[in-house]
Design a protein around this ligand. Sequence first.
Ligand code: LMR
Length: 333
Amino acid sequence: MRHWIIAAAAAAIIATPTVTLAQTPIVIKFSHVVASDTPKGKAADMFKDLAEKYTGGKVKIEVYPNSTLYKDKEELEALQLGAVQMLAPSNSKFGPIGIKEFEVFDLPYLLPNTAALRKVTDGPIGKRLLGLLDSKGMTGLAYWDNGFKEMSANKPLRVPADYKGLKFRIQSSKVLEAQFRSLGATPQVMAFSDVYQALQTGVVDGQENTPSNMYTQKMHEVQKYMTLTNHGYIGYVVVVNKKFWDGLPADIRTQLSKAMDESTAFGNGKSEQENAEALAEIKKAGKTEILMPTADETLQMRKAMEPIYADMEKRVGKGLIEEVQQAVATASH
Ligand code: LMR
């Protein structure tokens, strides 16, 4: 009898962790570098809400905004190692891990508007680029928008000569490096979380970013001038660790994909408005003079940067650049 009781108790103890395990939600750590109050931050929070709802709580999404978990370079390494499951790095940040093709989005004045961008990301080019991520242990789930970039510094930036000799913070993209070199400026790769302080202390003179990123990082407080160049674009690739994703039960993957599709539509539908609001806030703060380039100034900028296209063919792929140009040319305006 005693033996029986001990055996039953032991079986109960052994059985308990199994029961607990079955109820433990699958945790997805989603790390990103911008504030929650930005297009990416809001889309990530929306994904969390929808994913937890559609999976009935079987999946828990932990969103870590503002580089609280990892900075730019570390976050991609962490994803490959499985320390974090989901990220949304900008297109400009995949070069250092060996995928240079996403830098095509950094070519200056390539994308005239969101419709042209959409034609690229939602068509065969976008699909093929996502496929490149597989060999790096990642699965690409979606393209998220931020918006078009503006230039800023403590002196007015109108024509290429204004950039000469200045130091600009850039994301880790060779195309962006070539862009600032074509203007006679010195580019410096730096993590997003370090930009405010670098501008404040004069480690760099200027930077390029979207109004929402500038406003939420308070860059406008340490930059006297901002020129609405719209010369380039910042957008994101939502990536998940491939082994983790493939290992999920099929029904969970389906529910997460639905949550991803809906949060993508939500975020991309609001990003233009959010950047317009951030620009209005920057104006209201009154610390930054906003300059609108004239047609002639834009022409001068385009001309100075034009040689980058030929220089970057080897890095990004001549065929890919031409394909994107073709898609842009046929996009509705
Ligand atoms: C930057 O580094 O400037 C941006 O890519 C940050 C971001 O994620 O929008």
